[in-house]
Design a protein around this ligand. Structure first.
Ligand code: NAD
Length: 311
């Protein structure tokens, strides 16, 4: 069994990744400063004697290095980040510190203390508004926000370390992740968690435009599985892969599923399309299948049924 260090462990994806690794029998150490994460997300993990936690800022000088020096984990899964695109636009300096500098510190800690593997939470945001769908990893990154640029820069920093120092780096470009523990109050929260909250409150949702916009929605359980594979499967090579389903779902499709569960909620409110909104986004899942043996298991219907059931 392996010992995995997870940064951003108290977050949405982080806490599911921790749960997944613990269920597979691994030892897990989590790091988080609760910038956007929540203690409650680690309630299940906290019951395991194989889980340890450090409340630390990964970008603080020496913090991550100290933990890695002591633990010498088999892999680091780096999820901690400033996760809001609008916040990265409002504060590019902070975006640089939390999303680029922090990744450099992860790369350096891995090099210095000979951690053989790093898994990085990149994003479909590296593709910007590319319309060459489905999006393949071979398409040149064309970010349109400081957040997307920081994710692309982080991939390069880590892959440079991989090539120069012999560690294995897997960069995961997550598409639209959804599932339990996603914070609907966050300004960058996924549309699904916002729809979920509105329906629970008995309120109509607002759709900007005709609702035919599509996204590649992937369950957080699938994302956690991909993270666990990338951190623990023997013999992987460094590289970048989309973590997506390869299936497009429109906002109207989502609404249909919600309406089945909440038939009394008033019909949707239609707003003007928002300037700059990407109309369609769809990932190609082939590379993740080839490199990791990963394919998504959970359909949008199954994922929404679970979300609506457990909240
Ligand atoms: N949710 C998505 O759809 C999505 C899509 C693409 C990429 N991502 C990436 O996946 C990762 C996880 O995102 P999430 O959706 O779980 O968001 P989240 O906000 O729930 O998780 C991020 C976690 O990192 C922690 N954190 C932030 N800065 C930190 C710091 N300096 N030191 C220690 N901890 C810190 C936060 O407290 C939080 O627990 C992020 O890197 C994000 O950019 C998410």
């Amino acid at each position: 069994m392996a010992h995995i260090l997870v940064t951003g462990a108290a977050g949405f994806i982080g806490s599911h990744t921790v749960d997944r690794l613990l269920a597979a029998g691994h030892d897990v150490t989590g790091m988080d400063n609760f910038r956007t994460g929540r203690r409650a997300n680690l309630e299940a993990a906290g019951k395991s004697s194989r889980f340890h936690f450090h409340e630390l800022d990964v970008a603080a000088p020496g913090a991550l290095d100290g933990v890695v020096a002591r633990l010498r984990p088999d892999a680091i899964i780096h999820l901690a980040a400033l996760v809001s695109v609008p916040e990265s636009v409002a504060n590019p300096e902070l975006n640089y510190t939390l999303n680029v500098h922090a990744t450099h510190l992860v790369a350096e800690a891995a090099r210095t203390h000979r951690v053989p593997r790093v898994v990085f939470a990149s994003s479909a945001a590296v593709y910007g508004d590319s319309t060459a769908l489905p999006l393949h990893e071979s398409i040149a990154g064309r970010p349109i926000s400081p957040y997307g640029a920081a994710k692309l820069a982080s991939e390069s920093i880590l892959l440079g370390h991989a090539a120069a120092f012999g560690l294995t780096v897997r960069c995961h470009r997550y598409f639209n992740v959804f599932g339990p523990r996603q914070d609907p109050a966050s300004p960058y929260s996924g549309v699904i968690s916002i729809f979920d909250r509105r329906h629970r409150e008995g309120k109509a949702v607002t759709i900007y435009g005709d609702g035919k916009q599509t996204r590649d929605f992937i369950s957080v359980h699938d994302v956690a599985a991909a993270n666990a594979i990338a951190a623990t499967k023997p013999g992987l090579r460094s590289g970048v892969a989309n973590i997506c389903t390869g299936r497009a779902t429109s906002l109207l499709d989502l609404l249909k599923i919600f309406r089945k569960h909440f038939p009394a909620v008033p019909p949707l409110v239609q707003g003007e399309p928002r300037a700059g909104d990407i109309v369609h986004s769809l990932g190609a899942p082939d590379e993740a299948r080839a490199a990791l043996g990963f394919t998504s298991d959970v359909t949008v219907e199954e994922g929404l049924d679970e979300l609506i059931r457990v909240g």
